[in-house]
Design a protein around this ligand. Structure first.
Ligand code: ADP
Ligand code: MG
Length: 319
């Protein structure tokens, strides 16, 4: 099977590559053409996943396809963008039909769940890696950036934290758990649900937002720096899932929630008067702290006393 046959069979023929609103031209030409209305902006984000770094070398291709796109789409959620399209640059050691079929099915399933059309990509031979670019639409000037947090705002998250990181030992086969617990946590790792609807709801409400990919503390640090404020996080208010608590107990669950990464929940700052409207639509939104004058992230115990910060946040190339 040559490159063009591969593209045609597994990607151009996928349901997510069909004609879609906002896609004037899809796979097959030198560029895809995306249509946005006057007064809109195009939100663009790229993520690369490398075998052995971002996912285990010989993981299930269906799950890999699903997860790769879910992770990328989460960046659109974080900006409040409406999903439009994506491209896939795929580097493969060899063209194995069974692998490609399962991978394309996983990708297609997540694409349809997110409302993203596959409009192009690139296919090359080499060590397994994926680069996905996602495109979304935003009313001009309404993107949720990291830089708008103001002292007095609440700090919120879009749901339970730590599940993805807690699931990693299950993913790697290093530990076992009761079937129901394992199923829930593995699903949180392999099928992250980008909070696209929540992101769009937060437009015009949240003052700053991002999606938690590197751990709550590290990612809140980005908001603090970009906004020039301090973020105070109350440790006892972090929402933890019953499955994670059952797997590893409260202390380890809190450590995963603070430093683990792989959550793909939104973290955002919100003027207090907006909270009721947001929680009516999204009851799982939890207030975990507040914004104050100052700098950096501070972790507080139940009495409001500062706690030492654990060292967190994976960085490539860090010595
Ligand atoms: P070019 O040589 O002009 O860069 P390619 O031969 O790389 O084009 O790709 C042909 C068409 O197939 C292009 O429209 C490209 O976007 C698309 N394409 C290539 N690889 C993929 C892929 N993995 N998934 C989806 N579309 C792809
Ligand atoms: Mg090309």
């Amino acid at each position: 099977m040559g490159e063009f046959e591969l593209i045609r069979r597994y990607f151009a023929a996928a349901s997510c590559a069909r004609a879609a609103a906002g896609v004037a031209l899809g796979i097959g030409d030198d560029c895809a053409l995306l249509q946005v209305d006057a007064g809109e902006q195009l939100a663009v984000s790229t993520d690369t996943l490398v075998a052995g770094v971002h996912f285990p070398d010989c993981c299930d291709p269906f799950l890999l396809g699903q997860r790769a796109l879910g992770v990328s789409a989460s960046d659109l959620a974080a900006m409040g963008a409406a999903p439009l399209a994506f491209t896939l640059a795929l580097t493969l050691p060899n063209a194995e039909p069974a692998w490609l079929e399962d991978f394309a099915r996983g990708l297609d399933q997540m694409a349809q769940a997110c409302g993203l059309a596959l409009v192009g990509g690139d296919t090359t031979r080499g060590p397994l890696s994926l680069t996905l670019s996602v495109f979304g639409r935003l009313p001009a000037g309404q993107a949720l950036t990291r830089s708008g947090a103001r002292p007095g705002d609440l700090l919120c998250v879009g749901g339970t934290l730590g599940d993805g990181a807690g699931a990693l030992p299950l993913v790697l086969g290093q530990t076992q758990a009761a079937a129901a617990v394992a199923e829930l946590l593995l699903a949180r790792y392999w099928a992250p649900q980008p909070q696209l609807a929540l992101g769009q709801l937060l437009r015009g409400k949240a003052s700053a937002a991002l999606d938690i990919s590197d751990g709550l503390l590290a990612d809140c640090g980005h908001i603090a720096r970009a906004s020039g404020v301090a973020l105070l996080i109350e440790r006892e208010r972090l929402p933890l899932s019953p499955a994670l608590l059952a797997l590893c107990g409260r202390e380890a669950a809190l450590a995963h929630a603070l430093g683990g990464g792989d959550d793909y929940r939104l973290a955002f700052t919100l003027p207090a008067e907006q909270l009721a409207a947001v929680q009516v639509a999204w009851p799982e939104v939890a207030v975990i702290g507040r914004v104050a004058a100052g700098e950096a992230v501070q972790l507080l115990d139940a009495d409001g006393q500062p706690l030492a910060l654990p060292e967190t946040g994976y960085q490539h190339f860090r010595p």
